[in-house]
Design a protein around this ligand. Structure first.
Ligand code: M6R
Length: 608
């Protein structure tokens, strides 16, 4: 869960690398560093802290040279200290390396290298690779790296430079994302697309166990056996501006505001004449008709999307669904039958747990349909077919627009499956599509309530705890609201099905406890939720209710209301989650938290 970037060309490398690295900082921000080849020597600068803080201290961009690598770290092996920050080098100081991933046999390799006299300066698994390359080096950095990689077990995305070969940048990948950016008279590599968009839109996605040799004018991709592999160049549609904050204080806020547009992009091309057309579904009508069960695997917010999807698919398409934490799935020998479909949901498409679950399901013969935001990501490429959310780059660590776009895709899949299975009639589809078309404008109207949501937040930002309650399809939204609050504001928050409260959590309620309740009128359990609100109020709790516009009655019963427009029950989560995102954002901002880079978190968890 680190970010790496590399550049070779005619321009000064350091400013470009640091610019790119800043766009990867969502991947890790406990330390950062850079290594440049200048005057046939490797010049390195690194320290702990965020890139900007380090730059202020030691100026990261004044190193001269046209070839370099850089890294932002999210510690896995070894504490957060300067010595453990990347780049790392070999004993001679002629080889420098940046790494994202985990080397599983590093202890064994380190013992071997220590016995041969290598001197280590850090506690990291990464440094082992630098020494292993040195051990194999005979004037050919590509050959030495290939030999070293054969001895390594584990995940890696690597950038390697060698001062004896100042015309080459080496990139290598296994189970950690890595792309090559193909420019004119310059080439680059990075963990993710936003890092290179200022240089080029032409990208090559490296696959597992591939190594690339980049020169100023060329690039070559090889397998670990040294044989050349022909790779396709993909044109990325995002531009650098889309990956900027465009005047918003934080990416999280910008991305919350982008939801109407993101949803339009998600729907685009999937609806025609009031019908749902999923050309990329990759499953024949016959295969769809035979689906007996759907298993959804995902993590975090994407897992919450899966829980909403379970409601949609069971209710409208009448297909039994199980939603699994991807991290647990592969460790319990899951039963997968011939007519099961596995749906993997992931914004980044790089979450290691989801990728591992998908591979496990594939091994057992399942067909995998994935829902991803990042085009060409590992999960997308491992899947039988992919439906992209097209929500645009999501940089804030807290997932917002990716979540609502995932819900849209799940809704479309539901209608499509229901249609093929003959469960949803043409008229019903028409009505469902009409409901869907209202969503972007309805979200817009929730966004217009932002200043009131901010006002409500002022009452709560000093609280230590919060409880989120919802029922039915809005229970996952209670979970998502609680996750958003805890990850960005560090306030302890729990999501519960409202009726479960009396089985335990009710003991927590007192006048210090804010309780956020999903209480929209389209919810079939509205009356029951009102009863749950009474239970909270009679114990002194403070209730903030997400209500339907025009519901005057509920205002008398609660302390604060945040109204949202009405739509169908099945689509209500997409509207209900937006005020919760804004609420979490404002509370975190009022508490002075680093909203886009919450402590201990990283945007994509590329380690298991
Ligand atoms: O990229 P993915 O959707 O696979 O990521 C899964 C989770 O790591 C992610 O949703 C995480 O929970 C977010 N920080 C939530 O805001």
């Amino acid at each position: 869960m680190c970010g790496i970037v590399g550049y070779i060309g005619s321009k000064k490398a350091a400013p470009l690398l640091i610019e790119g690295l800043k766009r990867l900082e969502y991947r890790g921000y406990d330390s950062a560093g850079i290594a440049i080849i200048g005057n046939k020597q490797i010049l390195t600068k690194k320290d702990i802290g965020k890139i900007e803080e380090i730059h202020k201290k030691i100026n990261l961009i004044d190193l001269n040279g046209n070839l370099g690598i850089a890294h932002c770290r999210w510690a896995t092996h070894g504490s957060v200290c300067r010595e453990n920050a990347h780049p790392h080098s070999d004993c001679s100081g002629k080889i420098a390396i940046v790494h994202n991933g985990i080397i599983e046999n590093y202890n064994e390799l380190k013992d071997k290298l220590l016995a041969k006299g290598h001197k280590f300066r850090s506690e990291t698994d990464t440094e082992v690779i630098a020494h292993l390359i040195e051990e194999n080096y005979n004037g050919d950095i590509k050959g030495a790296t290939l030999k070293a990689l054969k001895e390594i077990d584990g995940a890696y995305a690597l950038g390697i430079i060698c001062s004896d070969e100042p015309d080459k940048l080496i990139a290598a990948r296994n189970e950690s994302p890595l792309i090559i950016g193909v420019g004119k008279g310059e080439n680059c590599m990075a963990s993710d697309v936003p890092a290179i968009l200022k240089l080029t839109n032409n990208v090559v996605f490296l696959d597992d166990k591939e190594l690339a040799v980049l020169t100023k004018d060329n690039f070559k991709v090889l397998g670990l056996d040294g044989k050349e592999i022909k790779k396709e160049i993909t044109k990325i549609e995002w531009n650098a501006e889309q990956a900027e904050k465009s005047g918003f204080k934080h990416f999280m806020l910008k991305e919350i505001y982008e939801q109407p547009k993101a949803i339009e992009e998600t729907i685009n091309g999937k609806i025609s004449n009031d019908d749902v057309v999923l050309k990329d579904i990759g499953l024949s009508n016959n295969e769809i008709s035979k689906i007996n069960r759907i298993l959804i695997v995902a993590c975090g917010t994407s897992w919450h999307a899966g829980l909403v999807g379970e409601f949609m698919l069971e209710e409208l398409a009448k297909i039994p669904v199980e939603v699994e934490y991807a991290s647990e799935f592969r460790y319990r020998d899951p039963i997968i039958n011939k007519n099961d479909l596995v749906i993997a949901i992931s914004q980044s498409g790089e979450t290691a747990d989801t990728l591992a679950a998908l591979k496990e399901a594939k091994k057992k013969g399942a067909k995998i349909l994935s829902i991803c935001n990042v085009v060409g990501s590992s999960i997308a490429r491992e899947s039988y077919s992919v439906l992209y959310t097209h929500a645009g780059p999501e940089i804030g660590v807290a997932s917002t627009k990716a979540f609502t776009s995932q819900l849209i895709i799940l809704y479309l899949i539901t209608i499509y499956f229901g249609k093929i299975k003959g469960i949803i009639s043409k008229d019903q589809i028409k009505n469902r599509v009409r409901d869907l078309r209202k969503i972007p404008l309805q979200i817009q109207s929730v966004l217009e309530e932002n200043k009131y949501i901010k006002l409500h937040s002022k009452y709560f930002y000093k609280k230590a705890n919060a409880l989120y309650l919802g029922r039915g399809i809005n229970y996952p939204i209670a979970l998502e609201g609680a996750l958003k609050l805890k990850e960005v504001s560090y306030i302890h928050a729990e999501g519960y099905p409202a009726a479960e409260m009396k089985h335990g959590p009710i003991a927590l309620i007192d006048k210090e406890m804010p309780v956020i309740v999903m209480a929209t009128k389209d919810d079939r359990t509205y009356k029951k939720v009102l009863a749950n609100i009474e239970e909270v109020k009679s114990r002194g709790g403070i209730v903030i209710a997400i209500t339907s516009e025009g519901d005057k009655e509920i205002r008398k019963r609660v302390d604060h209301t945040i109204p949202i427009p009405q739509n169908s029950y099945i689509l209500s989560p997409i509207l209900a989650v937006v005020p919760l995102q804004l609420f979490a954002y404002h509370i975190a901002d009022l508490r002075g938290c680093d909203v886009d880079k919450p402590r201990n978190l990283a945007k994509s968890c590329t380690v298991e």
